[in-house]
Design a protein around this ligand. Structure first.
Ligand SMILES: [Zn+2]
Length: 381
């Protein structure tokens, strides 16, 4: 059994930069890849622990990106590069233009694409979590792509419609997959489960700036923002309904594929708050280090009693934040939310995309050390 979490528990959003040798082994499909991935997870966990996290993740070392790994674990999904997908996009020139504007190289990022009926080969992440528990005595956070993201980005016209005529038909199967996994994580006693739903910000902000979007959302058509948000709430609630045990939450940011701040989305969480309040979730891991997220006062509108994962350091910058300044900002947030409701995390992962980490492991470590120092200050005071 793991120890209970201290106040202002420090954690990551999920991904940790992968070592070069792991990326090279994956590229050449090394026969020992599984053993190498084990070693990378051990190192990522050790790095997190020595930096001072209270809640560990596997650093997503086994993943190509935060949602692509499902292709290895689910029949009916194929990993396709943006270059592969170009063949299925109606307006190729516009799509290429968008990738360029977004600072997304078409070959470096891969999208899990549905090409047949989905069926899990085994567990999605339970095996990974069990491995982390062999490396660490700390409580664990499992990260999984959210049901809205998956049903939105994995359904591509011309590839997915034979198995699923509509995105909604696919969504039913995605809910079934994720719910099954969540129940097995709960049975295992996993403490936290985070569903990544970054695209929700795109849903509410994209109207304001048509050129800024998420590359993983760029392929699929969508309904009105309200229709999309209603669907997202419904899918998440269906996944978590009646599940007891873990604190289940979501992570929503404004994109993490580039260090160029001006290509990422901008806007505060205000338009999302009414939808957050309809989600039967216990944790919201949100970004606040970037000024693009707006002022913290909006946190008053978070659902009552939930835990906030407060993004207190920027994963995309080289400078290390000042722990005293971070602590002062968190103190203000703790005043708004009440005691015992704040965890500290970076705004997003340090290596959302394996080939394009937004920082190196050393900087990631120092950013987490900053959070740990800030937590110490907060616990003292
Ligand atoms: Zn993120």
């Amino acid at each position: 059994m793991s120890a209970p979490l201290p106040p202002f528990a420090v954690t990551t959003v999920g991904s940790w930069p992968r070592p070069r040798w792991l990326l090279e082994a994956a590229k050449r499909r090394d026969p020992d890849l599984e053993a190498l991935r084990d070693r990378a997870v051990e190192e990522a966990v050790r790095d997190q622990e020595s930096a001072g996290v209270d809640l560990v993740t596997d650093g997503e070392q086994r993943r190509d990106n935060f949602y692509s790994f499902l292709c290895e674990r689910v029949d009916g999904m194929r990993l396709m590069t943006m270059a592969d997908l170009l063949d299925f996009v109606e307006d190729k020139a516009a799509f290429e233009g968008m990738l360029a504007a977004l600072d997304v190289p078409a070959y470096a990022m891969r999208n899990p694409t549905v090409t047949g009926p989905l069926s899990a080969k085994g567990s999605l992440v339970l095996g990974d979590v069990r491995f982390v528990r062999r490396c660490s005595r700390k409580p664990v956070k499992a990260t999984l792509p959210g049901p809205y993201l998956l049903s939105r980005s994995a359904w591509v016209k011309g590839l997915s419609d034979r198995a699923y005529p509509t995105r909604e038909a696919l969504a039913d199967d995605v809910v079934r997959l994720l719910r099954t996994e969540l129940l097995s994580l709960a049975a295992e006693g996993v403490e936290f489960v985070q569903f990544d739903e970054p695209v929700l910000s795109e849903v509410v902000f994209a109207g304001k700036s048509a050129t800024r979007t998420f590359m993983c959302a760029a392929l699929a058509a969508k309904a009105s923002p309200e229709g999309e948000m209603r669907l997202a709430v419904d899918l998440l609630n269906r996944v978590v309904e009646g599940v007891r045990g873990p604190v289940v939450g979501i992570h929503v940011c404004r994109g993490n594929w580039s260090r160029k701040d001006d290509v990422l989305l901008e806007g505060d969480y205000a338009p999302l708050m009414p939808w957050f309040r309809q989600m039967r979730l216990g944790l919201f891991a949100l970004e606040w280090a970037t000024p693009r997220a707006g002022p913290v006062e909006i946190l008053r509108e978070l659902p009552e009693g939930v835990i906030l994962g407060f993004g207190a350091v920027n994963p995309r910058t080289a400078e290390i934040e000042d722990p005293g300044e971070v602590a002062a900002r968190v103190r203000r947030v703790a005043e708004i939310l009440g005691p015992g409701r704040v965890q500290l995390n970076p705004d997003c992962g340090f290596g959302t995309f394996a080939e394009r980490p937004v920082n190196d492991a050393d900087t990631a470590k120092r950013k987490i050390e900053c959070l740990a120092k800030a937590a110490e200050i907060l616990r003292r005071g």
